[in-house]
Design a protein around this ligand. Structure first.
Ligand SMILES: Nc1ncnc2c1ncn2[C@@H]1O[C@H](COP(=O)(O)OP(=O)(O)O)[C@@H](O)[C@H]1O
Ligand SMILES: [Mg+2]
Length: 252
C-alpha cells in the first residue's frame, strides 16, 4: 500500500482543540492538549494505551466534559451548545467506537437505522431502506441486513459499525482504534475501506490507532499524544525519521 500525502495547511480546520485538560481525581489525563483536524485530511492520533485518546475523542463529541479548554467543531464552540444543538451537530460526526459496539439484540438493519431514528430531521421515512442499503453497499455487505451481530465475523462487525458511522453522511468521521483486535489481513481490508469511504464521501477523519502500518498508509498527518499533550505533529515520514527517543518508541 502506498503512503498518501497532500498539503492540508491551506485547508480550514473542521475541528479545533485548544489546551484541553481532563483529570479523574488525582490522575491528570489530558494536560493542555491541542490539535486541529483540517477539511478533507486523514489525521492519525497515536498514543500509548491509557494515554487519554478515547477520553479526548469523547470530549470532542460531547460525551465527556473536559475540565478546561476549547473545542470547536464545524465552527461551533461545543462547550456552549445546548443539548439539542449538540445533538444536531452529532449528525455531522460519524463515530466508530472502540470495538465496534453494535447492539447485540438488534439485526444489522436495526443497528443501521438507529442513528437515523435519533436524527429524525434527516430521515425520510420512505428512504430508510435506501440509506441502509447504500451504507451496506459502501462496506460490501449488502447481504447481511437480517443477520444478528453474533452471526458476523469480527471483521464484518467492524464493517457494519463503519456503515452505521457513515449512514448520515457525516462531514467528519472519528475512528477509535478501527483495526484493533483484527487479524492483519482483515485490518488491511478495513484500512482500504476507510480510504474508499474518504474518497466517496469526502470526509475529514481523525483516526486513533497504534497500528503503525495503518498510520503509514492512511495518514496525511499525525499527532502523538504523550504525557497528556500533543507531543509531536508531522507527516508519517517526518515523525518516523525523528531522533527523539520518545517519538522513536512509537515506531518500533
Ligand atoms: N470515566 C472514567 N472515569 C475514571 N477514569 C477514566 C474514565 N475514562 C477514562 N479514564 C482513565 O483515563 C485514562 C485514559 O483512558 P482512555 O482515554 O480510555 O485511554 P486510551 O488512550 O487507551 O483510549 C485511563 O487511565 C483511564 O482509566
Ligand atoms: Mg481507547
Amino acid at each position: 500500500m502506498e503512503t498518501r500525502s497532500h498539503n492540508p495547511k491551506k485547508k480550514k480546520p473542521v475541528i479545533r482543540i485548544h489546551n484541553l485538560c481532563k483529570r479523574f481525581g488525582e490522575q491528570v489525563v489530558l494536560d493542555n492538549f491541542s490539535m486541529e483536524l483540517y477539511e478533507g485530511e486523514n489525521l492519525v492520533l497515536m498514543g500509548k494505551s491509557g494515554s487519554g485518546k478515547s477520553v479526548m475523542i469523547k470530549c470532542m463529541v460531547g460525551l465527556m466534559e473536559p475540565d478546561s479548554g476549547e473545542i470547536e467543531v464545524l465552527g461551533n464552540d461545543i462547550l456552549k451548545l445546548k443539548h439539542h444543538e449538540m445533538d444536531e451537530l452529532r449528525a455531522e460526526i460519524g463515530f466508530l467506537f472502540q470495538g465496534s459496539a453494535l447492539y447485540d439484540s438488534m439485526t444489522v438493519q436495526e443497528n443501521l437505522e438507529f442513528p437515523l431514528r435519533r436524527h429524525t430531521k434527516r430521515m425520510d421515512v420512505n428512504n430508510t431502506d435506501a440509506l441502509v442499503e447504500e451504507a451496506l453497499e459502501s462496506v460490501g455487505l449488502e447481504q447481511t441486513k437480517e443477520l444478528m451481530p453474533a452471526e458476523l465475523s469480527g471483521g464484518m462487525q467492524r464493517r457494519i459499525a463503519l456503515a452505521r458511522a457513515l449512514i448520515l453522511k457525516p462531514k467528519i468521521i472519528l475512528y477509535d482504534e478501527p483495526t484493533t483486535g483484527l487479524d492483519p489481513i482483515t485490518a488491511k481490508e478495513i484500512i482500504l475501506l476507510m480510504m474508499n469511504i474518504q474518497e466517496k464521501y469526502k470526509t475529514s477523519s481523525l483516526i486513533i490507532t497504534h497500528d503503525v502500518d495503518c498510520a503509514r498508509v492512511i495518514s496525511n498527518r499525525m499527532i502523538l499524544l504523550l504525557e497528556g499533550t500533543n507531543y509531536a505533529v508531522g507527516t508519517f515520514a517526518e515523525l518516523s525519521a525523528s531522533e527523539d527517543p520518545k517519538v522513536k518508541a512509537f515506531f518500533k
